[in-house]
Design a protein around this ligand. Structure first.
Ligand code: FES
Ligand SMILES: [Fe+2]
Length: 351
C-alpha cells in the first residue's frame, strides 16, 4: 500500500461545531476544507452557513454584522438573508437593478441534531445535493439531547492522518500509556467487524478487562461496547451496562491541508457522572493531547513524503478507510451508487 494522494471528500456531511458555540443572533467564521464559511444562528434558532466572501469585492462577510436576520457587509452595506439571497444593495437608485439574485452568495446545507451542527460540503465540479434521508449518525438513546461534554482539538496534519490515528488499535499501549487508561502490557485481541453505512462496525462485545477499568464505575452489569466508523471521519462508541449508556461521538473535520479539527463529544445517562465532569474533561484533554503529540512527531517524517507500510490486521481499519474514501469519490465521479468495499471479517492484533 503506497502513500495515498491527499484529497478531501466532498458531497458529504462534515461535523462543523457543537451547537452551544453558536448563540441566537450570533455569527462565527470558520474554515472547512480550505473554504471560508460564515455560520449564523437567527433569532428563531435556525443555523445557516454562507460562503464568507462578499460577492461584491470579496470582503469577508464576517467583518460585517449580523442583526439576527440578515448579514450586512462592512464595505458597501450589501445585505444577505441566511439563505444567501442578496436583499439590499444600498447604492442602487430607483430602477437600476430589478433582480438582485445574481448577487447571491453561496450557502451550505446545515443540519443540527443532538447538540451538533453538521455542514454539507459540495463538490464545485460535481455538485450533488444531500440525500433526502440525512446520512448523519444518530447517537441512540439520547433523542435531541446535547452531549454533556465536548472537547475540540486542532491537529496539525492532513485529515487522513487524524482519521487513521483514531482508528488505530495498536498505538494505545504506547501513546496512551497512563495508569487510568491501560496497564501497558499488550493484549491479544480478536474482534468481528461488519460493513455498516459508509463504514464498518466492530460488533458489540464485552469490554476487555483493561478497558473495563475505566468503565467499571459505570455500574450494573458487564459493560458491552460497539464501535462504528463512517465516512468522512466519524466514530461512534456506545457502551451500555444494564439500562445505562455512555456514548462517544468523535469527529474529524479538515480545516485545511495542514490542519484538522477533532471533536470528542460525550453523552451519558448516569446522573451522578455530572459531578465528575471537570475530571473527565482533564482526562479527555490529556488523552487527545497524546494523540496530537504523536501526530506532531509524525509530521517530521511525513515531510520527506515516505511510502507508508500498512500491516495486517492492526492497519486493516486504516486500509478500509482509504478504500471507503476512494470508493465514495469514485461513485460520485461516475454518478453511481456507493458500494461499501468492506468485507465482514474477524481482525486479530496485539494492542
Ligand atoms: S464588498 Fe461587500 S458590499 Fe462591497
Ligand atoms: Fe489515540
Amino acid at each position: 500500500m503506497t502513500n495515498n494522494q491527499n484529497f478531501f471528500l466532498r458531497n458529504i456531511w462534515y461535523y462543523a461545531l457543537p451547537s452551544y458555540q453558536l448563540k441566537p443572533g450570533k455569527m462565527i467564521d470558520r474554515t472547512f476544507l480550505g473554504e471560508p464559511v460564515l455560520l449564523v444562528r437567527s433569532e428563531n434558532g435556525k443555523v445557516s452557513a454562507l460562503r464568507d466572501i462578499c460577492p461584491h469585492r470579496a470582503v469577508p462577510l464576517s467583518c460585517g454584522r449580523f442583526d439576527g436576520q440578515e448579514v450586512e457587509c462592512c464595505y458597501h452595506g450589501w445585505r444577505f438573508d441566511p439563505d444567501g439571497n442578496c436583499t439590499v444593495i444600498p447604492s442602487l437608485v430607483e430602477g437600476q437593478e430589478k433582480n438582485l439574485s445574481r448577487f447571491n452568495v453561496q450557502s451550505y446545507p446545515i443540519h443540527e441534531t443532538q447538540g451538533n451542527i453538521w455542514i454539507y460540503i459540495t463538490d464545485p465540479e460535481k455538485p450533488q445535493p444531500p440525500a433526502p434521508e440525512i446520512d448523519i449518525p444518530v447517537i441512540e438513546g439520547f433523542e435531541e439531547r446535547s452531549p454533556q461534554l465536548v472537547e475540540v482539538m486542532r491537529f496539525p496534519c492532513f485529515v487522513d492522518h487524524a482519521v487513521t490515528g483514531l482508528m488505530d488499535p495498536a498505538h494505545s499501549p504506547y501513546v496512551h500509556q497512563v495508569w487510568w487508561w491501560r496497564s501497558g502490557k499488550l493484549n491479544e485481541e480478536a474482534k468481528q467487524f461488519d460493513a455498516s453505512p459508509y463504514g464498518f462496525t466492530m460488533r458489540k462485545h464485552q469490554l476487555s478487562p483493561s478497558m473495563g477499568r475505566l468503565y467499571k464505575l459505570v455500574g450494573n452489569g458487564i459493560p458491552e461496547t460497539e464501535i462504528s466508523f463512517r465516512l468522512p471521519g466519524i466514530r461512534v462508541e456506545q457502551t451500555t451496562s444494564g439500562n445505562q449508556r455512555v456514548c462517544n461521538l468523535t469527529t474529524v473535520t479538515p480545516i485545511s491541508d495542514t490542519e484538522t479539527e477533532v471533536t470528542f463529544a460525550l453523552y451519558w445517562t448516569h446522573s451522578w457522572l455530572a459531578g465528575f465532569k471537570p475530571l473527565m474533561r482533564l482526562l479527555i484533554r490529556a488523552f487527545l493531547g497524546q494523540d496530537r503529540t504523536v501526530v506532531e512527531k509524525q509530521q517530521i517524517g511525513l515531510k520527506y513524503d515516505p511510502v507508508l507500510r500498512l500491516i495486517k490486521d492492526s492497519d486493516m481499519q486504516a486500509q478500509w478507510y482509504y478504500q471507503l474514501k476512494r470508493e465514495y469519490a469514485r461513485a460520485i465521479a461516475e454518478g453511481r451508487e456507493f458500494e461499501n468495499p468492506v468485507k465482514d471479517q474477524m481482525l486479530r492484533w496485539r494492542g
